[in-house]
Design a protein. Structure first.
Length: 280
């Protein structure tokens, strides 16, 4: 009986050893083959992201996330080959993921906003944007936050979740912009003459693009002035220098041609009743 039990135990150990060794060999082969496949897939994904010009920071982040997910899947698959119960393991991972997601709701919102910004590119580094009342130069875009330098050199750090879900104005995405200026002339001044003076100033400026052509139009009867709108197109980099210098030239041109720029004024009429009428 004892020799039978020893033989049975020996046979069982041999069978278990062969089974375990086979599983170990298969598991190791699958593991190392899986690592090779993951490496190839990551290169394919990296090439695709470079082809479609993904931001470098997004490429790095997505590559890391994809690498982690694929290796986690490979680990679970190899654990199943070794005979480990993977259902419980997956359930624990799911519960942990849910708990982490609830704890990091704000960060996940910023992460999603960062992905949207880096993929769809409403703005890029070195673009001038406006968010709310703040206007500045984008210095850094990472996966959670965007850092913007205002023109007085204050730094603003904005969560990407807020940027992705609000209005953002990009001033430098296009190579050219329309410059619009408004001036008022007195009611006694000539609109055609004022238009002639302004167009002469604009057309002599080499920064003005020929198309679309500059225009000066009469837009409104103001309380104290006849209001003119001036529109001209320049390169984005020339926008503010052209605006400031042209406004000064218009003032000088109006002075030279006798065209006055009025200030707000009111006509006051006084009525005096007859003394006799007032006494009654």
């Amino acid at each position: 009986m004892d020799s039978f039990n020893v033989q049975a135990l020996y046979d069982t150990a041999i069978e278990y050893g062969i089974s375990f060794g086979t599983n170990l060999l298969i598991g190791l082969l699958v593991f190392f083959a899986g690592l090779k496949v993951i490496k190839v897939l990551l290169k394919v994904v990296e090439s695709a992201m470079e082809k479609y010009e993904f931001e470098p920071s997004l490429q790095t982040f997505l590559g890391s996330v994809l690498n982690f997910i694929m290796k986690l899947i490979l680990f679970v698959f190899v654990a199943g080959i070794f005979g480990l119960e993977t259902t419980t393991f997956i359930a624990l991972l799911g519960a942990a993921g849910l708990a982490i997601g609830l704890a990091l709701q704000g960060s996940l919102s910023n992460f999603a906003g960062g992905v949207i910004i880096l993929v769809f590119k409403p703005y890029r580094v070195n673009d001038v944007i406006q968010w709310g009342d703040d206007v500045g130069l984008v210095e850094e875009i990472n996966i959670l936050y965007t850092r913007m330098r205002l023109f007085d050199f204050r730094m603003v750090t904005i969560p990407n979740g807020q940027l992705a879900n609000s209005k953002v104005i990009n001033y430098t995405e296009k190579e050219q912009r329309r410059v619009e200026m408004k001036v008022g002339i007195s009611y006694s001044s000539s609109i055609p003459k004022a238009r002639e003076v302004v167009l002469d100033i604009i057309n002599k400026d080499e920064r003005v693009l020929p198309e679309p052509a500059p225009v000066v139009v009469f837009t409104n009867f103001g309380d104290s002035s006849l209001d003119l709108s001036i529109r001209a197109w320049t390169k984005t980099a020339d926008y503010w220098p052209f605006y400031w210098e042209t406004m000064e030239k218009i003032k000088a041109g109006f002075d030279q041609n006798g065209i006055s720029i009025p200030f707000p004024q009111r006509d006051v009429h006084l009525f005096q009743q007859d003394k006799k009428m007032a006494e009654k």
